[in-house]
Design a protein around this ligand. Structure first.
Ligand code: PMP
Length: 361
């Protein structure tokens, strides 16, 4: 068996130790004689898996007790609608930061539900290559919430700080940056993330929401889209994504073994720094993002000659460096280096890039 270095933006690589453990437990979880996939979500075995995963996530992120942690389905894209449905009712207005492809989608969906103001538009010459600096924006006093995308997965633009929004609750799409470093959860009203990058397999969506923001949905909000439904039922109102929840739990245990989020942050920063340095020090590769806003998780880069893109991908694949093709909207390459990408994978990519440049530069 050969395990490749998979630089996919998502679904993304999972820690090998987690996959090995899941494999060992596949047919018979802890003497139950069943796979986790086959268990009732209301049975004591799965309830224990669920509770332990939640408690490990709370510990990792130091989630304050006045926040609910929900294990949902529907992806981050469903949250684009659930957030306005649940939060906009107070004033009918919300502020959004427009910093890339995913925040654009969040804005488009929110517009169905109220008066959406773009507090910051970072688009310049049709591109997104920076995030606003602290203080470069003003929040409307009557916004029911402010939404931003801390890490734009496609453009590789990341906020290096948490925006200050005063009394206005802050909503964050952390799909591609959650668990990459410690954050102060109390700065946020709501955090959400699709699991398939830094948490576990696709199909699970995590929402961390402050309790006072639950329970005021707009009229006709379906039960499944009301946070209160899920918060009041420990995410078991209907059948939750049980296997994804279990695998997320294994990832949380793995993260604790890496020194938690502080340990992970050190590794992630080191991985990203060396890859950006390799790009910047070459005359052949380039990354268009403002150095102050470069993502630790998604590193887009282009080759000096785009006609070599296909050859780059082909030769990278031959040495087991896979899924490096950039998103079709920006072109070039993108290396997603989430928590589960070993530092050795980044080193191998850097070595390959240098060799490719030597032959083609
Ligand atoms: N937001 C961000 C920042 C993303 O990267 C993605 C997926 N790549 C999404 C939202 C959409 O997530 P999902 O596919 O889980 O709906």
């Amino acid at each position: 068996m050969t395990r490749v270095y998979n630089f996919s933006a998502g679904p993304a690589a999972l820690p090998e130790e987690v996959l090995t453990q899941a494999q060992a437990e596949m047919l018979d979880w802890h003497g139950s004689g069943m796979s986790v996939m086959e268990m009732s979500h209301r049975g004591k075995e799965f309830m224990s898996i669920a509770a332990e995963a939640e408690s490990d996530l709370r510990e990792l992120m130091a989630v304050p007790t006045n926040y609910k942690v929900l294990f949902l389905q529907g992806g981050a894209s469903s949250q684009f609608a659930m957030i306005p449905m649940n939060l906009i009712g107070r004033t009918g207005k919300a502020d959004y930061f427009r910093t890339g492809s995913w925040s654009k989608k969040a804005i488009a969906e929110a517009k169905r539900f109220g008066d959406i103001r773009v507090a910051v538009d970072a688009e310049a010459d049709g591109k997104f290559t920076s995030a606003p600096a602290a203080g470069e924006f003003e929040i409307s006093k009557d916004a029911a919430y402010v939404h931003y995308t801390p890490n734009e997965t496609i453009e590789g633009v990341e906020f290096g700080y948490v925006p200050e929004t005063g009394e206005v609750p802050l909503a964050a799409d952390m799909s591609s940056t959650i668990l990459s470093r410690p954050i102060d959860v109390s700065r946020f009203g709501i955090i959400y993330a699709g699991a398939q990058k830094n948490i576990g397999p696709a199909g699970l969506t995590i929402v961390i929401v402050r309790e006072d923001l639950i329970g005021n949905p707009i009229d006709h909000t379906p039960a499944m889209f009301d946070y209160k439904t899920h918060a009041g039922a420990d995410s078991m109102y209907n059948t939750p994504p049980t296997y994804g929840w279990y695998l997320a739990g294994l990832v949380f245990k793995w993260l604790k073994g890496q020194g938690g989020l502080a340990g992970m942050a050190e590794i992630n920063q080191r991985k990203a720094t060396k890859l950006y340095q390799a790009i910047d020090n070459s005359g052949f590769y380039s990354n268009p993002v403002d150095p102050a806003c470069r993502s630790w998780m998604n590193v887009p880069f282009t080759l000096a000659n785009a006609e070599l893109d296909a050859e780059f991908l082909k030769q990278a694949g031959e040495v087991d460096l896979k899924t490096l093709k950039g998103h079709r909207s920006v072109g070039g390459m993108r290396a997603s280096i989430y928590n589960a990408m070993p530092e050795a994978g980044v080193d191998a990519l850097i070595a390959f890039m240098a060799e490719f440049e030597r032959k083609n530069g």
